[in-house]
Write a new protein. Structure first.
Length: 725
């Protein structure tokens, strides 16, 4: 504010002085400090008050003159200046191309307001940039999927506005930076595939957003190990079999995950289900294609079918000589006893075709049957012994008459505990069968003599040519006039045991619920206990394993059959818990798994015998205990075969010079009516025999089967079985 002085009289030039006053009501005035010029700028304290300017001066008429002026209005507050928000230049932000919709784009884009007003933000994307902003915070957000390869940079203008509408705008440059993106796998996810097909199951493709990446294919999922996926082509490693599904759930639905992985390790996946469809397959026929039979013997050979669809197979005969034969349930026989024609050897050869049909498909096996001259080998039944009675005298019981041409002889190397074990079970599970031993390269005289006398209907060799040589096979044929000899063998003892088990059990499709006894194939005493148990159990066979590795052949058999129970013989020192778990997994969830063991081989055998015989209180009166030296595998094999052919019997072990308590307890608990000792005095001494006699009931018949060698012992046990059968 400014004041001026005017007076009609002349004012003396330098005599004017000024003073400003303030009053809230124009009544009471207060001087304003330092306000002593003709102008005054009101202060905040003057708001709401009136101002007065006073001038004191002298004019030409004299001094002490004064004048005043009062403002018409009170001082008002000065108006506030509203300043715009301020951004800090051009703003840059970065965001990954794989950021999800709604992801934050760096830090918020904010401005400062000089007036400290609250600001509201808005965004104007350029060229459809996929961004929005949070009005309260200035946080940029993604609104759509980003892709570095197609749009690596975007521009957004962000505006900050105060409550009065005063605003400022800045440019925000957004960089979408590249990330390694996973390939995308494309293809069918549910595939139908025909069993036994060898073609490609399905073909898959991949697309990788990162141009130039190299992509590799791989598989995951529960059934991945059964497939390959080279170049995106999915194939079975082995053609699938509908009747023997290998899928995890054994349901013919195979679950895999197809994977495509790029250079950076990012992978795309696609879950795929391959459903295998059934195809009606022809049954297979198992049996000899060439058979020689002695004159007058009608029985030729037995053929077994295996139909994958588990259909009852019908049998028929064809071929030029079919009218002379019958085929009943797979058993091929001459309708009339054949004659040997010495004058025209060609007439001794007959040709037929064995046919098996499932009603849709028919399998055929051409069979040549040759009639041989039976007069060259005449039965000479032995009246020799090999048994000793309770009194210890020799003679009686070992020989006697038996039917000629009907028995099955199972021959194994008597020095191979593994082969002896499975041979004994095979004999036990085969009607009219006995076990004989041989050396690897020479047929013993005792075995040869029994072959000549019995002229078995069938001879089965257990073990490969390293165990029973081709020369021995030729000697067996010469002794028995039997050229239809078969051999069961495998790459190792586990494979041979599995092959023998398949022979015992028959085709998986017709075997029903089975029991499998598993022993360490390198532990002769456990093999013996397993043999004794399997020989006395229905629908049972022996399998071998290693301590900590389950052989493939054993695992395959466990998977193929409908296993009701598995009995593991021996403790964890023989078969580890991990191997037991592998056995359980291969057998499937329905199979019960148990372990029979003891503190030593004798105790394990005793536990096995109790399993066979049941509760002593309910045991029959005519129990037979067959006792062998538990350290003599060939004697254990003979004992198992003998027990299998004897009602209400079990095998127990003894040591060479002592009767172990576990075996003595068996004798006391079961009070056997008969005890058969297998092996000579070198294996089971007279002192042990005396201990057995003293422990057994007074009425028990104690006898011994022995021979000069293990092959002789086996032959004498076989004679007993043949005579009693």
């Amino acid at each position: 504010m400014a004041a001026s002085l005017s007076d009609p009289d002349v004012v003396v030039g330098s005599s004017v002085s000024w003073q400003w006053y303030a009053s809230p009501d124009k009544q009471q005035w207060s001087a304003i400090d330092a306000a002593v010029s003709s102008s005054y700028t009101p202060a905040g304290s003057d708001v709401g008050r009136y101002l007065q300017a006073r001038a004191s001066y002298s004019d030409e008429h004299g001094p002490a003159k004064s004048a005043r002026a009062v403002s018409q209005n009170q001082v008002l507050a000065a108006p506030v200046m509203n300043e715009p928000p301020v951004f800090d230049g051009t703003v840059t932000r970065r965001v990954a191309e794989d950021a999800a919709v709604g992801s934050q784009v760096g830090e918020p884009v904010t401005a400062t307001d000089p007036d400290l007003d609250t600001l509201t933000y808005s965004a104007t994307p350029i060229a459809g940039a996929p961004f929005a902003i949070v009005p309260d915070t200035g946080q940029l957000l993604t609104t759509a999927a980003l892709d570095h390869e197609t749009a690596g940079n975007h521009t957004v203008f962000v505006t900050a506005e105060d409550p009065s509408g005063v605003a400022a705008t800045t440019q925000v440059d957004v960089e979408v930076y590249d990330v390694n993106e996973a390939p995308v796998v494309s293809g069918v996810q549910i595939v139908r595939f025909t069993e036994n097909d060898t073609g490609t199951v399905a073909t898959f493709t991949q697309s990788d957003p990162d141009i130039g990446d190299t992509v590799s294919w791989d598989l995951a999922g529960p059934d991945a190990a059964l497939f390959t996926v080279g170049g995106g082509e999915l194939s079975f490693k082995t053609p699938p079999d509908y009747d023997k599904p290998a899928s995890r759930d054994r349901d013919n639905s195979y679950a895999v995950v197809v994977k495509a992985t790029d250079d950076g390790g990012s992978e795309g996946t696609l879950s795929v289900a391959v459903n295998v469809d059934d195809v009606n397959e022809a049954p297979t026929i198992t049996g000899p294609a060439e058979v020689s039979v002695p004159a007058q013997r009608r029985a030729v050979a037995t053929y077994t079918p295996d139909d994958p669809e588990n259909v009852t197979v019908g049998w028929s005969l064809d071929g030029p000589d079919a009218e002379h034969f019958s085929l009943d349930g797979g058993v091929l026989s001459f309708k009339n006893p054949p004659e040997f024609d010495a004058a025209d050897p060609g007439d001794n050869e007959h040709h037929v075709t064995v046919e098996a049909t499932d009603g849709v498909n028919t399998s055929r096996l051409a069979v040549t049957v040759t009639v041989t001259d039976a007069s060259e080998v005449r039965p000479q039944p032995s009246s020799g012994g090999g048994f000793s009675g309770t009194s210890g005298s020799s003679g009686g019981g070992g020989g006697g008459d038996f039917d000629v041409g009907v028995a099955t002889f199972v021959v194994a190397n008597g020095w191979s505990a593994a082969d002896v074990g499975v041979a004994a079970v095979l004999a036990a599970r085969t009607s009219g069968a006995v076990v004989l031993y041989t050396a690897g390269d020479e047929l013993s005289e005792q075995t040869r003599a029994l072959l000549r006398e019995a002229l078995p209907a069938e001879v089965i060799i257990v073990g490969g040519t390293a165990a029973v040589s081709r020369d021995v096979r030729t000697q067996i044929r010469a002794a028995s006039s039997e050229s239809g000899i078969s051999r069961i063998t495998g790459e190792g003892r586990s494979d041979t045991a599995a092959a023998t088990a398949r022979r015992i059990l028959g085709a998986p499709s017709t075997a029903g619920r089975v029991t499998l006894v598993v022993a360490n194939g390198w532990s002769p005493p456990d093999i013996g206990a397993a043999t004794a148990l399997a020989a006395r159990s229905g629908r049972a066979a022996v399998l071998y394993t290693q301590h900590d590795v389950l052989p493939d052949a054993t695992a395959a058999l466990l998977r193929d059959y409908d296993v009701a129970r598995v009995i593991v013989i021996g403790g964890t020192a023989a078969i580890s818990d991990e191997t037991r778990d592998a056995i359980a997994a291969a057998a499937g969830g329905d199979a019960s798994i148990s372990r029979l063991t003891g503190t030593d081989r004798v105790a394990t055998a005793a536990a096995t015998a109790r399993r066979v015989l049941g509760n002593p209180a309910a045991a029959p009166d005519d129990v037979t205990l067959v006792i062998a030296n538990g350290w003599s595998a060939p004697d254990v094999g003979v004992a198992a075969a003998l027990a299998a052919a004897t009602e209400n019997s079990a095998v127990a072990y003894t040591a060479q010079g002592t009767l172990p308590e576990a075996t003595a307890a068996l004798i006391r608990d079961y009070r056997p009516g008969q005890v058969i000792i297998v092996g000579g005095r070198a294996a089971v001494t007279d002192e042990v025999r005396t201990a057995i006699t003293q422990t057994a009931p007074d009425s028990a018949d104690i006898r011994r089967i022995t021979g000069a060698t293990r092959t002789a012992t086996a032959a004498r046990a076989a004679r007993r079985i043949l005579a009693d059968s």
